[in-house]
Design a protein around this ligand. Structure first.
Ligand code: PLP
Length: 385
């Protein structure tokens, strides 16, 4: 039996280890020089004016909702096919997440569905660049301008992705990223927000550290060198310097990571494109996906068994298949809030049919080939007719 192949995993080299050790031996373990350096590099990668490194991707979303001024009574539109954090951040502000259905071709939130969900209470849109494929940003920005809405892009899957020549991280009001080990680069836990707005940038900074400012210009008075003021209710969402050091080291390998992901996606696509029973991911023209996830859809009408059986057979071959994601409003917590099944039919149909196959830069072509052969055998065995 082959050893277990997870769906995603980090890539850590000796230079990453050395970078962390060097910072551990330096004067600053947190809020030192590495954070600023990491933010400078992130700005470049995301093509943005400002970047704020933060404790994790969920904190990044929370900070972005704070900076956007989301309040109790507001509504924020997002996709149901995402990690719960994209909607939880709205609840953190006392506001209401509103789910707009996906485009069945791209699996991303559909601009027409966003329009249908806009009310007088709508304050923002959180499009999620699901699997790394950019959303239809021209349409989303157009809607946001028309209704005066903030756009917070959840770019947790999309570091290094591009939309019509623009980097993800440079388009909406703010874009959030995650550096969890399964994501494109890792800092253990970690995240960031990018923006082109100085005003939003300053709000993000202050939210990261309790809502406290030490900027004399911003304080109501100055009682002396020890003095600081808390102006908002913020959090301790700081990231450590040794995590930032790891992030800087990881960013140097981002291009390599993206190349490997694209290579394996091509290997999967070439193998599956003519296989009855399998739908491969569709990529919008004029976008470059960062390929965080590789997802196949099963054409269940052509198969004698359901998704679960195929999933389990793949797991029994030590293939770490997964399902991304359970529609957020299916969770008991959301059901108790009153969301009901049937809300987003395309998302629900996709959920019943999809399987995430392993994809990460450290895997080998042979691993990809093993997954391909296994999927082909299992799907072939159950194909009808
Ligand atoms: C990973 C992820 C997050 C949260 O990031 P953490 O760093 O784990 O807090 C948010 N949104 C999406 C779509 C994600 O995949």
């Amino acid at each position: 039996m082959r050893s277990f192949i997870p769906y995603g995993q980090q890539w850590i080299d000796e230079d990453d280890v050395q970078a962390v050790i060097k910072t551990l031996k330096s004067d600053y373990l947190t809020t030192g020089p590495k954070i600023k350096q990491f933010e400078e590099k992130l700005k470049e990668v995301a093509g943005a004016e400002y970047a704020v490194a933060i404790a994790n991707g969920t904190a990044a979303l929370h900070a972005a909702c704070f900076a956007a001024g989301i309040q109790e009574g507001d509504e924020v539109i997002t996709s149901p096919i995402t990690f719960a954090a994209s909607a939880n951040c709205v609840l953190y502000m006392g506001a209401k997440p509103v789910f707009a259905d996906i485009d069945p071709a791209t699996y991303n939130i559909h601009p027409d569905e966003i329009r249908k969900k806009i009310t007088k209470k709508t304050k923002a849109i959180i499009p999620v660049h699901f699997t790394g494929q950019p959303c239809d940003m021209d349409e989303i920005i157009k809607i946001a301008k028309e209704y005066d809405l903030m756009v917070i892009e959840d770019g947790a899957h999309a570091l290094g992705a591009e939309y019509k020549g623009k980097k993800i991280g440079s388009i909406g009001d703010m874009t959030t990223f995650s550096f969890h080990p399964v994501k494109h680069i890792t800092t253990g836990e970690g995240g960031a927000i990018t923006t082109n707005s100085k005003e939003l940038y300053e709000k993000l900074l202050i939210f990261r550290t309790h809502g406290i400012t030490r900027d004399v210009e911003k304080m109501t008075k100055d009682e002396g060198p020890w003095y600081y003021e808390q102006h908002f209710l913020g959090y301790n969402y700081r990231i450590t310097d040794f995590q930032a050091a790891l992030g800087i080291s990881q960013l140097k390998k981002l291009e390599l990571f993206l190349e490997k992901r694209r290579k394996y996606v091509k290997q999967y696509n070439d193998a599956f494109k003519d296989i009855e029973g399998i739908v491969i991911p569709y990529q919008l023209p004029q976008t470059i996906s960062a390929w965080h996830l590789y997802i196949i859809q099963l054409e269940l009408q052509k198969l004698a068994v359901g998704r679960k059986e195929i999933f389990q057979e793949l797991r029994s071959r030590n293939i770490g298949v997964n399902v991304h994601y359970i529609p957020v409003y299916y969770h008991p917590y959301y059901q108790k809030l009153g969301y009901q099944k049937g809300l987003c039919p395309h998302a629900e149909k996709l959920y019943d049919r999809m399987i995430t196959l392993p994809l990460f830069p450290k895997m080998q072509s042979e691993d990809v080939e093993y997954v391909i052969q296994s999927v082909k055998e299992i799907v072939g065995k159950y194909r009808i007719g």
